[in-house]
Design a binder for this molecule. Structure first.
Ligand code: AMP
Ligand code: ZN
Length: 470
């Protein structure tokens, strides 16, 4: 497997340090609102990386994706909603899990919350270790990281040291690009804000500290193998995570840094003022299925910016449907026996798919390998140059490759819970067949339209009528 490492700005061969287990951390959502499709581009690409490491490279995973459940945004949101921070963030965590499941994102081994007691304790310990190593100072009850105490500071983001302002402090979690300042590790209590005391005085953690503490607590001896997130996190968040972790442990924090580039909508940055911040719910409300969105999100390379358009959604739906229809067509092959050329096609497609994924997750090339197979096997079906056993092998290969992509299995899961109960759909198909048999085409059309209005499409083919979700 070759993976681009932001730390070295190069593609490098990747293998885990500890036996066969990949220890990976990805920064999770800040749980103050429904995650948008940009967030889900990152989480879907992280999921594809996880699945590639598991199903292509054969590694075991030990992966943590956190919930940031205490920061400026969550605290303000809870105050506005007049709820406790815990109750407020519980709701957004549940919403995130619902959307992640709908998008076929595998549940990581660990999903820590920053405010879990063990994590807060780990943050207290991290601050104590940093203090012991001379990297901290206190001002007005808050504890800061002194970046001039760590000569390596800025290595990930490639910052210019001459721009570092000694003693200039920043309290907010995010700050201007290329303006490195001493950042806050622990913020002194403010009236109305939740407060903990884990040895650094009454207050609450800074966002950067949370991730370092959870990664070090849950994933074992540093360096961990991979740390991932969206590209906007390189600075200051990941730079500061490195400073905290390395300042405390005197060991490298993560070997590989993987960053997913941003999703834009119709060529614009998503923003509330432009009204283009879409959630999965909104995509579904427009008649699209989560499986089509997953397909779209993984179809372009994760290191390139991606432009979301509704036309792109239509194309994703069409492409996914081509694969699903092809799988249905394979079932119509009834000729006994096997044709050697098909076995070769299957082997070739597997090799091309795996090579593409092992080349820094080239999902576009991996999908192209699948569509080459679809085209060639369709031609073989037309020419009756394929046997039943071959067709089964082709279908098995697509299932195998879909363990990485997770789109066909997701569509099947969606179909298994259709908007109309299956028994009712089947009864209506029978009623329609009977109506046609007595040449009552108006009644037959009514049934079709009624089902379409309820989200179920009927398709008449040589082997009878099939239904699918709209
Ligand atoms: P947040 O909930 O804001 O902490 O973000 C969760 C993840 O989504 C982080 O890894 C961000 O870098 C990522 N992210 C935020 N906006 C976008 C976007 N427009 N495209 C892709 N990823 C994004
Ligand atoms: Zn983080």
């Amino acid at each position: 497997m070759r993976l681009y490492n932001t730390l070295t700005r190069q593609e490098e061969p990747f293998a885990p340090t500890a036996a066969n287990t990949v220890r990976m951390y990805a920064c999770g959502p800040t749980v103050y609102a429904r995650a948008h499709i940009g967030n889900f581009r990152t989480f879907t690409c992280v999921d594809v990386l996880r699945r590639t490491l598991k199903y292509v490279c054969g590694h075991d995973m030990r992966m943590a994706v956190n919930y940031t459940d205490v920061d400026d945004k969550t605290i303000n949101g809870a105050i506005k909603a007049q709820e406790s921070l815990r109750a407020y963030t519980d709701r957004w965590i549940a919403a995130f899990r619902t959307d992640s499941d709908a998008l076929g994102i595998e549940l990581p081994e660990e999903t820590p919350r920053a405010t879990d007691e063990a994590n807060l304790q780990a943050m207290g310990q991290l601050i104590a270790d940093l203090a012991r190593n001379g990297h901290t100072y206190e001002r007005d009850g808050s504890i800061y990281f002194k970046i001039s105490s760590l000569p390596e500071y800025g290595r990930l983001a490639r910052l210019d040291h001459s721009g570092m302002r000694d003693g200039a402090r920043v309290d907010v979690d995010e700050y201007t690009k290329d303006d490195p300042r001493d950042f806050v590790l622990w913020k002194a209590s403010k009236p109305g804000e939740p407060t903990w005391d884990v040895g650094a005085g009454p207050g609450r953690p800074g966002w950067h500290l949370e991730c370092s503490a959870m990664a070090l607590r849950l994933l074992g001896e540093p360096p961990i193998d991979i740390h991932a997130g969206g590209i906007d996190l390189i600075f200051p968040h990941h730079e500061n995570e490195i400073a905290q972790s390395e300042g405390a442990t005197n060991k490298p924090f993560a070997r590989f840094w993987v960053h997913i580039d941003h999703l834009f909508v119709e060529n614009e940055k998503m923003s509330k003022s432009l009204g283009n911040v879409y959630t999965l719910e909104e995509i579904v409300a427009r008649g699209y299925r989560p499986s089509a969105l997953r397909y779209l999100l993984l179809s372009s390379h994760y290191r390139k910016q991606m432009n979301f358009t509704w036309a792109g959604m239509d194309q994703a739906e069409e492409s996914l449907r081509r694969i699903v229809d092809f799988l249905a067509r394979l079932e119509t092959v009834t000729v006994e026996g096997s044709v050697p050329a098909i076995v070769e096609l299957v082997d070739g497609a597997r090799t091309a798919f795996r090579a593409a994924m092992e080349s820094d997750l080239n999902t576009a090339a991996a999908l192209a390998a699948i569509f080459d197979l679809v085209r060639d096997v369709n031609a073989a079906i037309d020419a009756r140059a394929i046997g039943k056993a071959d067709a089964a092998q082709v279908a098995a290969l697509i299932d195998e490759l879909d363990r990485v992509l997770g789109v066909v299995s997701l569509r099947r899961a969606e179909d298994a819970t259709p908007p109309v109960p299956v028994a009712e759909i089947e009864q209506l198909i029978e009623d329609r067949k009977a109506a046609r048999a007595r040449r009552d085409f108006a009644a037959a059309d009514r049934i079709r339209t009624e089902l379409a209005d309820r989200g179920v499409l009927l398709e008449d083919g040589p082997s009878g009528t099939r239904w699918k979700k709209k």
